[in-house]
Design a protein around this ligand. Structure first.
Ligand SMILES: O=C(O)[C@@H](CO)OP(=O)(O)O
Ligand SMILES: [Mn+2]
Ligand SMILES: [Mn+2]
Length: 511
């Protein structure tokens, strides 16, 4: 350790507590209700501040809740990055989406062949994976090109918006199709099936055969479609509207995927592509934003450049990092934090902690936290490792269940884990920077579109705690700046490691 402008430098630990937001104590604030002496101590310390993690501070539309993808990308990039949802909205507002040449070619071809355009995506306005309002632009484009038939394959949410609101969003779809004078809902299925990202192909298959072959329970109304299941909107079982005639994808049809975030739709997109190919159907596919699929699916809106972030800087100066998270959040501390670049830089080691069987987060709110913590403690003890980067998933993942009691347990388990990690940091004379990537568990209810207050497991627009724990007994550290955003994390980490912020970073070191 050496002194530099009042701050210490040396090896450290960057700890992302997923879904660790800040809000006043209330009876729906799981973090405040939980007994969390370690986290409370951190937040009360002098080297603690609150960082903006939502809206335009990170590159989202103003007022939009944060999410893991943009949160980790900005933590890594050290600058706000125009997120895909913002870029799509800009392309709608400036007319470039509607005038996109590739979209035009696809729609003209359908108009000539009388083929069907299939729109597939998450139907809510949660703005994490998709926004149902984007459909007005897509439907208008289809109508303008005289496409004759548009079918919507709606995925119900219940996670990024309050549960049991699926009916409201499906009704919104019918308003949009009436306005555009084209399109009808063909099929409905919950995101638990259609947006599995854990390789549970049996779940994905339900969505694939529903969309490709029209295989699902026949329903006559939105009400029947969403009430068939008793497990909420996430698990609405596959349903086909009897009113549409043939709901499946025929040879010569086209598919437009309208989720803008890739991670939870790519498995479905790949499996549907394979299934159509295997069954001899030639189908054009495009996606609203870029997907990380095996299948080559052209995107209508391109991603922002996220290079020049922490990973690139660490590689340039030759520092070693170990990245640790459980499967749910593994790409967060690797792919996202590295600027959506799948290549591991030199000096980078990845530790992915996997669990057994299908997770039940209410029954097992500890998830695989003990093993994640053990891996962090082990990596911290290795003197050749300059920076340990880890994500503790529980506060967010259990928070998403909307179950307050389970989320309180998750917060308490995380608190104990952070305690162990701080001890390990003390032993190895490391600093620790702990930060949330967006809010979640600090607000567990939300008013639904119909005005009722419902349990809510989704993200928030609240700021997140950002705390630096100096190594050893260093108590000379100055207080942190009061205004901060996630973009300040990478410059601060580099400063603490004894290096300058990268030239592409606009965030500023917090000390
Ligand atoms: O689970 C997810 O896909 C989203 C919420 O829809 O959460 P996160 O951004 O934390 O990954
Ligand atoms: Mn997250
Ligand atoms: Mn989340």
């Amino acid at each position: 350790m050496s002194a530099s402008e009042g701050a210490f430098t040396g090896p450290g630990i960057l700890l992302v507590l997923d879904g660790w937001g800040h809000a006043d104590a209330s009876d729906d604030n799981a973090l405040a209700l939980a007994r969390t002496p370690v986290l409370d101590g951190l937040v009360a310390s002098r080297t603690s501040t609150l960082a903006e993690a939502s809206g335009d501070a990170v590159g989202l539309l103003p007022g939009t809740v944060g999410n893991s993808e943009i949160g980790h990308m900005v933590i890594g990039a050290g600058r706000p990055l125009p997120y895909d949802s913002l870029l799509v909205q800009q392309a709608i507002d400036n007319g470039t989406l509607r005038a996109h040449p590739q979209l035009g070619v696809l729609l003209d071809k359908l108009a000539v062949s009388s083929g069907t355009l299939h729109l597939i995506g998450l139907c809510s306005d949660g703005q994490i994976h998709a926004n149902v309002e984007h459909l007005s632009e897509l439907l208008a484009a289809a109508a303008a090109h005289q496409v004759q038939r548009v079918l919507i394959h709606a995925i119900t949410d219940g996670r990024d918006v309050a549960d049991h609101t699926g009916k409201t969003y499906l009704s919104r779809l019918t308003e949009l199709t009436a306005w555009a004078e084209i399109g009808q809902i063909a099929t409905v299925i919950g995101r638990g099936y259609a947006m599995d990202k854990a390789g549970n192909l049996d779940l994905t298959e339900e969505a694939v055969t529903l969309v490709a072959d029209g295989r699902g329970a026949p329903v006559d109304s939105i009400h029947d479609a969403v009430t068939a299941g008793e497990r909420g909107d996430e698990w609405v079982p596959a349903a086909v509207f009897t009113t549409v005639g043939s709901a499946g994808v025929a040879d010569g049809d086209a598919v437009l995927w309208f989720n803008f975030r890739s991670d939870r739709i790519q498995q479905f997109a790949d499996r549907l592509s394979e299934h159509l190919l295997d069954t001899g159907r030639s189908v054009d596919m495009v996606s609203l934003a870029q997907y990380d699929t095996r299948a080559a699916i052209p995107a209508l809106v391109q991603r922002a450049d996220a290079s020049g972030g922490l990973a690139d800087e660490l590689a340039t100066v030759g520092l070693r990092t170990v990245r640790i998270a459980e499967a749910e959040k593994f790409e967060h501390v690797t792919y996202y934090i590295n600027g959506r670049d799948a290549a591991a830089r030199g000096g980078e080691e990845h530790v992915r902690i996997t669990g057994d069987g299908k997770p039940d987060y209410v029954a097992r709110p500890r998830m695989n936290l003990d093993r994640v913590t053990a891996a962090v403690v082990e990596a911290a003890a290795r003197p050749e490792v300059d920076l340990v980067v880890a994500n503790l998933a529980n506060i967010d993942v259990v928070g998403h269940t909307g179950n307050l009691a389970a989320t309180v347990t998750a917060c308490e388990a995380t608190d104990a884990a952070v305690g162990q990690i701080l001890e390990a940091a003390g032993d190895s004379h490391r600093w620790v920077l702990a930060v949330g990537d967006h809010g979640n568990a600090e607000r567990m209810t939300k008013p639904a579109p119909d005005g009722t207050v419902r349990p809510y497991g989704g993200h928030t627009t609240n700021p997140v705690p950002l705390v630096i724990v100096p190594p050893g007994t260093d108590r000379s550290t100055p207080a942190l700046r009061e205004t901060a955003t996630l973009a300040d994390v990478a410059p601060t980490v580099l400063r603490l490691l004894g290096h300058k912020p990268g030239s592409a970073m606009t965030g500023r070191p917090l000390l």
